[in-house]
Design a protein around this ligand. Structure first.
Ligand SMILES: Nc1ncnc2c1ncn2[C@@H]1O[C@H](COP(=O)(O)OP(=O)(O)OP(=O)(O)O)[C@@H](O)[C@H]1O
Length: 223
């Protein structure tokens, strides 16, 4: 299977009190389209840091990250961030004073479609993810947590990025809603052919994924 995103001997750490603390040590891992991955591991092991590197919010101290075989340094970190990856967070990160549709439209490229068309496409995505038209037209603060996370997922899908990164996307949800969102994350990979990489503390989310990695002592190991 063709690798979409590859970590090649990636080492990264932070300087803490004048001392460098390595978080990832020579990590080699590759991610493909159409697959739902999870990264689990103890608190502070570097899961969020791994997503930050995948999205070029941070850059490796040693080693390289490739997108479709090309070093993202050569692609350009901001281009990679803008075009190839999109992030979903535990607290949804929606714009509070806008409706669900308007939030999804914000995730789209402005390029050549009219605003009316973009709104229609946003409504279709929200419908596909289980929101009614009435809910889609509502201010996002008047939606439940699970519905807000669906809006965040619709916004991610609207972006056309191949890689969807999610940091604890079910962390604020009750068990049933968390299960529904997990099923949607699975669909992002299997139905929409995205490369989905989810950081989670939930064993249930890990069990639902195609490939689960355990991050411990600076290394990712498939479990
Ligand atoms: N900007 C930073 N500067 C210094 N240290 C940092 C910085 N960001 C993270 N760290 C440290 O790096 C380590 C890994 O952090 P990270 O957030 O990646 O862990 P995590 O596995 O996602 O943890 P959790 O499960 O608690 O969210 C932690 O010890 C953290 O304190």
């Amino acid at each position: 299977m063709e690798a979409l995103l590859e970590f090649k001997d990636v080492t990264f750490g932070y300087v803490d009190g004048g001392k460098r603390v390595e978080i990832l040590n020579d990590v080699n891992v590759s991610f493909a389209k159409g697959i739902f991955y999870t990264i689990i591991g103890p608190s502070g092991s570097g899961k969020t840091t791994t997503l930050a590197l995948a999205s070029a919010l941070d850059v490796p101290r040693k080693g390289k990250i490739h997108f479709l075989g090309k070093d993202i340094k050569k692609i350009g970190y901001s281009k990679h961030r803008r075009e190839n990856v999109v992030l979903i967070f535990q607290n949804y990160n929606l714009i509070n004073y806008l409706t669900a549709i308007e939030n999804v439209v914000l995730g789209m490229e402005v390029s050549n479609s009219y605003k009316g068309e973009r709104k229609k496409k946003a409504l279709k995505l929200l419908n596909d993810l289980g929101l009614t038209e009435d809910e889609a037209k509502r201010n996002v603060l008047k939606l439940s947590g699970g519905q807000q996370q669906r809006v965040a997922i619709a916004r991610a899908l609207a972006s056309n990025a191949d890689i969807i990164l999610a940091d604890e996307p079910t962390g604020n949800l009750d068990q049933d809603t968390a299960r529904e969102i997990t099923t949607i994350l699975q669909e992002l990979a299997h139905k929409y052919h995205k490369c989905v990489i989810v950081v989670s503390h939930s064993q249930e989310v890990a069990d639902a994924s195609d490939i689960a990695f355990h991050l411990k002592n600076g290394t990712l190991v498939e479990v």
